[in-house]
Write a protein that binds this ligand. Structure first.
Ligand SMILES: [Fe+2]
Length: 372
């Protein structure tokens, strides 16, 4: 009898009685690869080294009885899945029950009928073969699924960065602004001791904060000099535009095939599906102010999501400390003075504390990711 790979199954016979061994060997040798051990210690050693598919295990043996052999084999990772059939003269029901409790798959009482032994061995090896086959299939499918998920997440991250980069392309051409803001956000989120997964999400999503600028006309976005009232209204709409772009496309709309819907449901199970939602929250709320005087909704205090409160300080600090078409870069002291004086007004005081407490790391990033 062969397994799914066409190999003969491997059976270990464990018995201290040579006559019993001879009978079992002559019964099974034409169908299976056989191993023989005459005591429990040798049986365990053989099982660890050779990984048989099934063990026919006597109970009454000197030094270590079959129950103990079974217990040890079931306690070790490399032997615990080997099927064990007790084959013994101990015929009382408590002996049989104990055998199953120790993890045996079957129990044969001596003197045995060789045809019965053959039939039971064959049945259990078939079951073991199917189990191993299914486990292998699950393992392969799991690897395929993990690879597909990894590719999907990499793709999401890439899209998010590219979109953020596209949004900044016209006004900050080097693209370093989004990288700096992302790093500043990560540093501040760490200083606030947020959940590590959430910190990672903030770092990944923050480059999308100005995505809505894609929808702002060049006459406003690239205007040299101050904006008039009408132009400010247009400029402020970038928060709403960004949020609209990042809102769920499929929610409540019956535009997907069953297969596509299933794929979306699978995506939602992946924690990083939150990438898009966190990005949307940041895009919508990064100009809100702690004192309620921001836009677009005039949210106040902790009604503003923490990820947006963090991006707000990172975005403003980067604007202050960078050269723009309408201003020179402010020196570090002036930047920090503006940030700290805005604590409790523009910015969440706790976020300001986290920022100022991490200023050395922030300055290192500013130097490392300079515009070229
Ligand atoms: Fe913005």
């Amino acid at each position: 009898m062969v397994d799914f790979d066409g190999e003969k199954y491997h059976v270990l016979i464990v018995d201290d009685n040579p006559t019993n061994i001879d009978i079992l060997v002559s019964t099974l040798r034409d169908l299976y690869r056989l191993g023989v051990a005459k005591n429990g210690i040798k049986a365990i050693d053989y099982a660890q080294k050779n990984q048989p598919d099934l063990i026919l295990l006597d109970i009454m043996m000197p030094e270590m009885d079959g129950y103990e052999v079974c217990r040890k084999l079931k306690s070790m990772d490399d032997t615990k899945s080997i099927g064990i059939i007790f084959i013994t003269a101990m015929h009382k029901s408590e002996n049989i029950t104990r055998g199953f409790e120790y993890g045996a798959v079957d129990y044969i009482i001596k003197p045995f009928n060789t045809m019965e032994v053959l039939a039971r061995v064959k049945t259990h090896l078939s079951l073991i073969g199917y189990r191993d086959h299914l486990e292998e299939m699950v393992r392969k499918r799991t690897i395929q699924l993990e690879m597909a998920n990894d590719e999907l997440l990499d793709l999401q991250r890439e899209i998010i960065y590219k979109l953020g980069r596209a949004a900044e392309y016209k006004d900050y051409e080097t693209g370093m602004h989004v990288l700096r803001v992302s790093s500043y956000c990560g540093i501040v989120a760490e200083a606030l001791s947020l959940d590590p997964n959430f910190i990672n999400l903030i770092r990944l999503c923050s480059p999308m904060h100005d995505l809505g600028k894609i929808g702002i006309p060049d006459r406003v976005l690239l205007k040299k000099g101050p904006l008039n009232d009408e132009e400010w209204v247009i400029m402020k709409s970038h928060c709403k535009i960004g949020s609209d772009i990042l809102s769920p496309v499929f929610a409540g709309k019956n535009i997907l095939s069953g297969e596509q819907s299933a794929a979306v449901d699978e995506m939602k199970k992946i924690s990083d599906y939150r990438l898009i939602e966190i990005s949307r929250i940041i895009a919508e709320n990064h100009h809100e102010k702690w004192n309620g005087k921001g836009y677009p909704a005039g949210r106040k205090g902790e009604d503003i999501p923490i990820e947006a409160r963090i991006v707000a300080i990172a975005d403003v600090y980067d604007a202050l400390s960078s050269k723009r078409s309408y201003k020179e870069a402010f020196d570090e002291d002036k930047c920090q003075q503006i940030i700290t004086s805005s604590s409790g007004e523009h910015f969440d005081p706790a976020v300001v504390d986290a920022f100022t407490g991490s200023i050395k790391r922030i300055i290192d990033v500013k130097e490392e990711l300079k515009d070229w």
